[in-house]
Write a protein that binds this ligand. Structure first.
Ligand code: BGC
Length: 287
C-alpha cells in the first residue's frame, strides 16, 4: 500500500483502501483506450482483476502496453496490446475489428485516451488545440460510434450482463472547473461531458449505458509536476478537501463498478472521483 510521503496535515499517514478481488466482470470483454500508462493502465488492470478480457490500446509505448496485457493474463483473462491513434477513423475501426476477431464479442468500452498540451491562450498553437481536441473529444466519438454499432448488433446477452453494452467516458474535474492556461484541455473535457450525456440519452432504449468518470488529481505522469516535490504537493492540497492525492487504482475500481451490473440503473451520470476538488475548496473558510 503506497504511503502518502508528502502528508502535510496532522493525519498520521494517508490511508488508501484496498479492496477484495471481485469477479463481477467474468466473461465480459473490454477495450480500454490509452491503457499503457496512468489511469488507463489502472482501469485495464482492475477490469482484468474483475474477470474481463481486455484490449490494451496504446499510441506509442508498445512495451508498457504489453506489460499491462501480461499482468491481466496473470489474473486469468485474455489480453493483448493494440496500437491505434484514437483520433484516426481507420485505426479505430481496425482496433474494433481486431477486438472482435480475438474475443468474439465486446461488452465494455472505456474511452480513456487523453492528453494535455498546455499554453497561455495567446501562445497556443492551432496544432496544440487540434491535437488535444482530436485525442480527447474526437477520439471518444470515433470509439463510441464503433462500440455502439457492435452493442446494437449483439443486443442483451442475459447470461453476460443486463445491458447490451457499457461505455465509460473518462473526463476530468475540468469538465466543470475552468482551467486557465489549459483551455484546449478544459474545452475538450466540457465537450466530453455533454457528448456522454447526449449519447446516453440516445442509446438508452437499446439498453446501452453511457456514464462518465471525472478524476481530480490522480498520481500519474500527466501531472507529475503537481505532486513530485513537497512544495508542489502542499500547494496541491489547497485544492483537495480530503487532503491526499488520488491513486490510479481508485479510478479503476469506479470503472469496474460502472461497467458491472451493480450499477445497471445508472445512465448518463458522471462520478466525480476527486477528494472533493469540485467542492469549491476556496470556501473552506470565508465567503
Ligand atoms: C489533469 C491533471 C490535473 C487534474 C486536477 C486532470 O484532468 O489531467 O493534470 O492535476 O485534472 O486539476
Amino acid at each position: 500500500m503506497p504511503k502518502d510521503f508528502y502528508t502535510n496535515n496532522n493525519l498520521p499517514e494517508a490511508i488508501y483502501p484496498s479492496c477484495p478481488i471481485n469477479r463481477v466482470l467474468e466473461g465480459q470483454t473490454a477495450i480500454v483506450t490509452g491503457s499503457s500508462s496512468g489511469i488507463g493502465k489502472a482501469v485495464a488492470i482492475e477490469l482484468g482483476k474483475a474477470g474481463a478480457d481486455v484490449l490494451i490500446n496504446y499510441s506509442s509505448n508498445k512495451q508498457s502496453a504489453e506489460e499491462v496485457a501480461k499482468e491481466i493474463q496473470e489474473y486469468g483473462g485474455k489480453a493483448f496490446a493494440f496500437k491505434a491513434d484514437v483520433s484516426s477513423e481507420v485505426e479505430v475501426q481496425a482496433m474494433f475489428s481486431e477486438a472482435l476477431n480475438q474475443f468474439g464479442s465486446l461488452d465494455i468500452l472505456v474511452n480513456n485516451s487523453g492528453i494535455q498540451q498546455d499554453a497561455p491562450i495567446d501562445e497556443m498553437t492551432l496544432e496544440q488545440w487540434d491535437k488535444v481536441i482530436g485525442v480527447n473529444l474526437r477520439g471518444q466519438f470515433l470509439c463510441a460510434r464503433e462500440a455502439i454499432k457492435i452493442f446494437k448488433k449483439q443486443g442483451v446477452k442475459p447470461e453476460i450482463s443486463c445491458a447490451a453494452g457499457k461505455i465509460i467516458c473518462m473526463s476530468s474535474v475540468h469538465d466543470i472547473i475552468p482551467w486557465a492556461g489549459h483551455v484546449n484541455y478544459a474545452a475538450s473535457k466540457g465537450g466530453v461531458l455533454m457528448f456522454m450525456k447526449s449519447v446516453a440519452q440516445e442509446v438508452a432504449p437499446h439498453r446501452i449505458r453511457v456514464n462518465g468518470i471525472s478524476p481530480g488529481a490522480i498520481r500519474t505522469p500527466i501531472n507529475h509536476e503537481a505532486w513530485s516535490t513537497p512544495e508542489a504537493y502542499a500547494d496541491l492540497m489547497r485544492l483537495i478537501p480530503y487532503k491526499r492525492i488520488g491513486e490510479p487504482a481508485e479510478i479503476g475500481r469506479v470503472a469496474v463498478w460502472l461497467a458491472s451490473d451493480n450499477s445497471d440503473y445508472i445512465n448518463g451520470t458522471t462520478m466525480y472521483v476527486d477528494g472533493g476538488m469540485t467542492l469549491y475548496p476556496g470556501f473552506e473558510s470565508g465567503g
